[in-house]
Design a binder for this molecule. Structure first.
Ligand code: MSP
Length: 587
């Protein structure tokens, strides 16, 4: 939808109309689901921890598309700042060139990992800089930004002045602050502490502002300790790789107002609309308000203070109401042998290398299945291979292969499902509501084990949505793993090769084959957010929805209803889907 307001403030009647239309549209159109990742520093190449965050957001975005929602997924890169300027200097190239080269690596990572975002944020873009400058100017005009002199200890790594509160019990600044130096400097400050009480109230009123719970507690405790304001500038004499302050050309804005603002600048936020002396959220374009607020995926290291304190307070200061605050989903870290991945330690795991060696799907599957949301995990290549081979190659891939091989061999690829079977299925599905006498009829059914099995797949579906809604991707994947395992057990129990030998068991054989194919169709839908290629592979081989082959729209949660494959459907021939990873000696 086109924005109704450009750079010029809209006249009051246009705003009123826009609000009115906004209200009408809101009742008719479901809101867009907006999801973001952190933006990645362009001072060095991506590692597997970054890949995890991107894939996690991609999986949640795909799940919402699966539910039929309109999704806006924003990710990108954080291109300004001291670290970038220093890395560029080290490499002997101007920051602009340095950033271009590293940015390409992040773009390539998204492509490599099948991360399907809708908008790519680059903080050197004019569109973004305009929003940053607009916000700073208005806060300055409102007296929320002021100039002051500061001297004290400065953390080069965290890019901030430190106070005594940051000292540990031994009186020293801990290793998390990195190199510390003494500095004296004039700078601009944002009146952060005047919003402290608001933030405490907000966190008390909204219990799911941060997920998981323990991170919200951690944040609340940190907010209690806020004292002093936030330094938001650096003199150009020391750093010029940043966005110039609109009210003082000798300074650039530093980190927070530049990086955090990306979440709204790339979603269509316009700081110039609204009344002159306040920021009116409702004056924003429909395009923006349809998306906002976002679910923001961040790592545990950037909750406090960046997102949990600075970002929420910034939004509040520019007039975002409490019910328009973003929700922060805080994930843990992938470590190596319990230690942080870092260039200096030399234990960085390269996601490009892993994807080339084991396949993108193996990497996505591992990153989503071997870590619980909010917790840390240890990265292990052995576990990647083991999980892939056990759950995908041996279980799901093998199930697909066996099912299609048997369908081809015994039924020339044709699935049959008769009215009798459907009647029993319907009865079974509403078993609890049946009168006692018909329950007896059902128990005598020759289909009972199959019906029971169908019910477990359907129950699994409920479990899947619950887990996904709780961001428990690992548990949601378990649902499909268990379904595939049950299907394999069903094959052993019903021995279709024996049924094929007897004419009188034709109906049972048809029912078993139908059951397996139908389970695979549903499993494909459930794994599609994590394993889009695998899901397409299953649908292709089932010869299902071929007109949408390769397109994400092929999968929908509404289609995960038992019994969609019609009587007489012809499945395709088996092609190995998740080939086993063989580890050669010494590799
Ligand atoms: N540019 C800032 C964020 C600004 S957001 C407005 C930044 N960039 S980063 O590249 O250092 O980190 C980006 C994200 O990657 C963060 O959410 C961080 O937690 C995450 N990870 C960095 N190392 C990680 C692991 N080892 N494991 C999982 N996630 C990790 O911070």
């Amino acid at each position: 939808m086109p924005e109704m307001t450009g750079n010029m403030p809209a006249p009051p009647c246009a705003l009123a109309l826009q609000r009115f239309v906004g209200q009408c549209v809101r009742t008719e159109m479901p809101k867009t689901f907006f999801i973001t990742t952190a933006i990645y520093y362009t001072n060095s190449s991506p590692h597997v921890g970054h890949a995890y965050e991107m894939v996690l957001a991609d999986v949640i975005a795909r799940y919402h598309r699966l539910k039929g929602e309109n999704v806006f997924f924003l990710t990108g890169v954080d291109q300004h700042g001291q670290k970038v300027q220093q890395s560029a200097a080290k490499a002997g190239v101007p920051p602009v060139e340095f950033v271009k080269e590293i940015t390409q690596k992040w773009v390539d990572l998204g492509k490599k990992l099948d991360v399907r975002y809708n908008e790519w944020a680059e903080t050197t873009r004019e569109r973004h800089k305009k929003v940053v400058r607009g916000i700073l100017q208005r806060l300055f005009d409102e007296g929320q930004i002021y100039k002051d002199k500061q001297s004290g200890y400065y953390s080069v790594r965290q890019e901030q002045f430190l106070t005594d509160k940051e000292r540990g019990a031994d009186g020293q600044f801990g290793p998390e602050w990195g190199e510390i130096e003494f500095r004296e400097e004039e700078n601009y400050y944002f009146k952060l502490s005047q919003h402290k009480d608001w933030l405490l109230r907000y966190l008390d009123n909204r219990t799911d502002a941060v997920i998981p719970d323990f991170r919200q507690t951690e944040l609340r405790n940190a907010v209690e300790r806020i004292s002093g304001d936030l330094c938001i500038s650096r003199p150009k004499s020391r750093l010029d790789w940043g966005i110039e302050l609109p009210f003082d050309k000798d300074f650039v804005t530093y980190v927070w107002f530049d990086a955090l603002t990306n979440y709204i600048s790339f979603a269509g936020y316009d700081p110039t609309v609204g009344e002159a002396d306040s920021f009116s959220y409702n004056a924003q374009s429909l395009e923006f308000r349809d998306k906002w607020p976002a679910l923001q995926i961040i790592g545990k290291d950037i909750l406090v203070p960046a997102h949990g304190i600075y970002w929420l307070i910034m939004l509040h200061a520019i007039g975002f109401p409490d019910d328009k605050m973003p929700q922060l989903l805080v994930h843990g870290w992938w470590n190596i042998g319990g230690a942080k991945m870092s260039k200096s330690v030399g234990n960085i795991v390269d996601p490009f290398v892993l994807a080339d060696k084991y396949s993108v799907e193996a990497l996505r599957y591992y990153l989503m299945s071997d870590i619980a949301i909010g917790q840390d995990a240890d990265f292990s290549e052995e576990r990647l291979v083991e999980r892939y081979n056990t759950n995908l190659a041996n279980s799901l891939g093998n199930l697909l292969n066996r099912t299609l091989t048997m369908a081809e061999k015994y039924r020339a690829g044709l699935l049959r499902t008769d009215a009798e079977y459907k009647r029993h299925l319907d009865m079974f599905m509403s078993f609890e509501q049946l009168p006692a006498d018909s329950k007896g009829l059902l128990k005598r059914s020759e289909y009972l084990p199959l019906l029971d099995h169908a019910a477990s797949v359907i129950n699994g579906l409920h479990g899947f949505t619950q887990e996904m809604n709780d961001f428990a991707i690992d548990s949601a994947l378990d649902v499909s793993t268990q379904s595939a395992a049950r299907c394999n057990i069903l094959i052993e129990r019903t021995s279709p090769w024996q049924l094929a030998k007897q004419k009188e068991s034709n109906r049972q054989l048809d029912a078993v084959l139908y059951h397996l194919a139908e389970s695979l169709r549903i499993i494909a839908i459930l794994i599609s957010p994590v394993l889009p290629r695998g899901a397409h592979g299953i649908f292709d081989q089932l010869n299902w929805k071929m007109e949408l082959s390769g397109k994400e729209e092929r999968f929908s949660l509404a289609d995960a209803e038992w019994g969609r494959l019609p009587d007489g459907h012809g499945v395709g021939k088996p092609v190995p889907l998740f080939p086993r990873i063989e580890i050669l000696e010494g590799v």
